[in-house]
Write a protein that binds this ligand. Sequence first.
Ligand code: SF4
Ligand code: SF4
Length: 264
Amino acid sequence: MVTKKEFTEKILTEYPRMEKTDKFKFACHPGVSCFNQCCNDVNIFLTPYDIIRVKNRLGITSGEFLEKYTLLPIEENLKHPIIMLRMDEETKNCPFVGKEGCTVYEDRPWSCRMFPVGVASPKEVENNDDKEFFFLLKEDVCKGFDGGNEWTVEEWMKNQGVDEYVELGDMFKDVSLHEYFTGTKGVEPVKLEMFYMACYDLDKFRTFVFGSTFLKRFKVDAERIEKIKKDDTELLKFGFDFIRFSLFGEKTLQLCDEYSQQTR
Ligand code: SF4
Ligand code: SF4
């Protein structure tokens, strides 16, 4: 399997770079001869918000979702855990593909919405500070490029409902591409576990916040407490603040007086 780093390096060197206003022609519909083939044997990286959308659609906890439907690839160059959809061992199909297409379509992951457009973050590769860019993934199997409407990258993203994913996606990028991870220093396992829980295993993170001394140690206002109790997206934003505080040393959360004196 190609590693995430190798894939990013290939894109950086071989793929034409596109802006939001650049155009391409594409059409995908149930009548195409390749229908559903892109949902087989494919690497789909999941963002924290993807996990919220799909696990809530399935009515299961984040822990159940991660265990049943995902893989945690181990690669030498990875600075923090990444999550991939687990394909069926025999058929190599995505667990959510059905005869009529995607069975979680309204909540399908960000990268499924974006396809055939990809986004490259050069920062994922050490010593590369180029800015993010778009590119087209022209897979041989995909007949979508044989005709269809003309789209700008921006129009395509709007049409596919990507806008709903932007705010939390950008917040995740700011955290996951932070110099704390992109630097050369190794990160302690306990901190990686914290990152995994606060980003991906949100139901466990909620139990941690409400079932431990957490709220005695941190000053969190009553309105925010009510929000994070019920709303996964609010809890994820809180999780990002927690990572920024505990890993990057930023003042995104405030300790109660008694605890802040102990840490001085
Ligand atoms: S989530 Fe849906 S669109 Fe994405 S690969 Fe699976 S079946 Fe295809
Ligand atoms: S392979 Fe391309 S055209 Fe065929 S179903 Fe997938 S995205 Fe659509």
